[in-house]
Design a binder for this molecule. Structure first.
Ligand code: AMP
Length: 116
């Protein structure tokens, strides 16, 4: 069950600040507080979904399409489409998902070979 006290839910409700990159009524993008690369952006839908599978199962095709196309827009805004980048989403215990609100890590701005 979705716990609306998770930190990203609080950021979406503006109870906690974030270093915002982009926001509209459906999605929020902000910089990771502990960046693992020169560019480390977190992308998330604002709906109450815990993980990738939860997002896919509970969202309309339009919502899924909108979210991933917005990721592409931000990737292009930072020119990462030219230099390369990595998308990661951690889902569940074995992936060590820390925050139980679905999010995608966008990593780039440097060569990522040192990143495990
Ligand atoms: P995950 O393991 O995929 O759930 O990743 C959670 C990510 O959220 C980690 O990379 C954290 O550094 C990041 N994080 C946690 N709290 C904050 C916060 N208040 N603002 C920005 N990023 C955060």
């Amino acid at each position: 069950m979705y716990d609306n006290n998770n930190i990203f839910a609080k950021i979406i409700r503006k109870e906690i600040p974030c270093d915002k990159i982009f926001e509209d009524d459906q999605v929020l993008f902000f910089n990771d507080i502990n960046p693992k690369a020169k560019i480390h952006i977190l992308a998330m839908p604002k709906t109450e979904v815990i993980s990738f599978s939860d997002f896919i199962n509970k969202s309309t095709p339009e919502e899924v399409d909108y979210f991933f196309k917005k990721i592409v827009e931000i990737v292009q805004k930072f020119n990462l489409d030219k230099t390369g980048y990595r998308l990661i989403t951690n889902d569940g215990n074995d992936a060590n998902q820390e925050v139980a609100h679905f999010h995608v890590h966008i990593l780039g701005g440097e060569n990522l070979s040192g990143l495990r």
